[in-house]
Ligand binder design. Structure first.
Ligand code: NAG
Ligand code: NAG
Ligand code: NAG
Ligand code: NAG
Length: 474
């Protein structure tokens, strides 16, 4: 018999998971390779920040045999270089990242002064801090506005060796105090490292993450919500930044009548970053533009290239359907083509298809400019979609194949097949270029400031597109 406790626990888990299951519409996966690149860039900044370390002056006095009371001071210390030759970054599952630095060293120079009785003498010294190691955790999260956050945690550091080399004629005298300054400096430096590292993270890294565009405005109508759905999940091999990835009408946001599917990104990690773009993003785009009434296209004769013989007028159409020119002689015509419902993109490993159902209404333009309805066609289309990435934007093109069906005629019955050539031409040469112009403008990817993508590869998977890329920061 089933253990009732196990059963209860399973139920609780199922409920929790169920409540929590908000799939992202867009996933940014950062791999170890991507983190190594980020670490290299980060080390340059960290090195500059650590070079600001403050070397305090030291002074004191002590009793020296034969000389009596001797006063000393070590001052005007200047960091000549702060080197971080070895560093590593690793994923900490469930939390974030861990940065470890080893073999770091600091070179400092300064001045010493020693005085006893009425004699005062001074010289220079070099100081070397060696075998400095630093370890700091980076906790990843998300803030109220859906931006990623990063916070330092568990910082520690250790100095292997501090060595002072004293020069000058009376250097032997200053050398007497070498041990005490080495000890004091070690303490002073160790105390400052972690605060400086933490400050670099909060003052340099965090503001960079805040440049993630949580709302990417597309045009006057729509924007994409790129806010985080929660703190980024971290595994031993990658971190997934999960974003909402949803189109919405800028002025009037409504909830789409469908939800994002689960995405399972492949485990191939040769590139620095992978973008998993759910069909949800594209389908909320279709829903948004449809709701905003933007998927309506008008075709008039002046839009038709001069060399095409079937003009959009009643005499020309009268050669195909004679009733049209009989009822409305010598008039121009107008076509209004609109999407009946939000177009739905289906992403499969083999192909990308969109099957918009379009409504085509034909009118004669009467001499007083009002419209007389001629016929109404339903266009069931299947379009193959091609998608790519250029300049950090997803771009696409459509290629349509269509089936026509007469819904209603005000000019008596006729065979729709007669209109195929003309309608196909208008759609291919006038409507499709308008749609493709919108698609090739593209959607901006959620990228941080100064980040560019190179070596982009595209793969189609079940329900989502996967873009892999290397990153260049400049
Ligand atoms: C917002 O959209 C809803 C549903 O499409 C509509 O009923 C409502 O009138 C719109 N409100 C405004 C202010 O446009
Ligand atoms: C209609 O098109 C024909 C060509 O098929 C052209 O000769 C004629 O001038 C056009 N009529 C109008 C009213 O534009
Ligand atoms: C897309 O692929 C599916 C499954 O392989 C196939 O049935 C369908 O005909 C293809 N569609 C197009 C437009 O190529
Ligand atoms: C335009 O002319 C048609 C037919 O002559 C007529 O039925 C219609 O009412 C007119 N429309 C306007 C706005 O005058």
């Amino acid at each position: 018999m089933e253990n009732p406790h196990t059963l209860a626990l399973t139920l609780v888990l199922a409920l929790c998971l169920g409540a929590d299951a908000v799939n992202p519409g867009f996933v940014v996966r950062l791999t170890q390779k991507g983190m190594d690149y980020a670490r290299q860039e980060g080390m340059t900044v960290l090195q500059q920040q650590l070079s600001k370390i403050h070397m305090p002056d030291f002074s004191g006095s002590t009793h020296v045999k034969h000389l009596g009371k001797v006063k000393y001071s070590f001052y005007r210390m200047r960091v000549r270089s702060f080197q971080l030759p070895n560093s590593q970054i690793s994923f900490v599952p469930g939390t974030g990242l861990k940065l470890t630095i080893s073999g770091a060293f600091i070179q400092v120079d300064g001045t010493w002064r020693v005085s006893y009785h009425h004699i005062s003498t001074h010289g220079g010294f070099d100081l070397k801090v060696e075998g400095l190691s630093i370890s700091v955790g980076l906790k990843l999260g998300s803030d109220g506005s859906g931006r990623p956050t990063i916070a330092p945690s568990d910082c520690s550091n250790h100095i292997g060796d501090v060595h002072v080399h004293i020069s000058g004629k009376f250097g032997w005298l200053a050398d007497v105090f070498r041990h005490s300054i080495e000890k004091d400096l070690r303490n002073a430096i160790e105390k400052q490292i972690c605060p400086l590292v933490s400050d670099s993270i909060t003052s340099k890294l965090e503001p960079l993450l805040q440049t993630l565009p949580v709302t990417a405005k597309i045009d006057k109508v729509a924007a994409i919500d790129y806010s985080l759905t929660g703190p980024p999940p971290v595994t031993a091999d990658f971190v997934d930044v999960q974003l909402k990835g949803e189109f919405f009408i800028f002025a009037n946001r409504t909830t789409p009548p469908f939800s994002p599917p689960a995405l399972s990104l492949p485990v191939d990690h040769n590139l620095m970053v992978y973008f998993g773009v759910s069909d949800y993003l594209f389908n909320t785009a279709g829903y948004t533009y449809q709701s905003a009434g933007k998927l309506t296209f008008t075709v008039t004769d002046d839009m038709i290239p001069k060399d095409f013989s079937i003009r959009l007028n009643t005499s020309s159409f009268g050669t195909l359907v004679p009733q049209i020119s009989k009822m409305y002689p010598n008039m121009l015509m107008k076509l209004v083509i609109s999407s009946v419902s939000a177009p739905y993109l289906t992403i499969k490993p083999e192909n990308l298809t969109i099957s918009p159902v379009m409504d085509l209404k034909a009118y004669a333009i009467l001499p007083n400019s009002s419209l007389a309805s001629l016929f109404d066609l339903k266009l069931t289309t299947t379009a193959a979609v091609k998608i790519g990435v250029t300049s950090g934007r997803i771009v696409g093109t459509l290629d349509l194949s269509r089936i026509y069906e007469l819904i209603h005629s005000d000019v008596g019955p006729f065979s729709v097949a007669l209109l195929n050539v003309a309608v196909n031409y208008y759609i291919s040469h006038i409507v499709l270029p308008q749609v493709n112009a919108i698609l090739t403008k593209g959607y901006p990817l959620p990228l941080l400031d100064h980040v560019q993508l190179t070596d982009v590869v595209l793969q189609q998977s079940q329900n989502f597109l996967l873009f892999g890329a290397n990153v260049h920061y400049n």
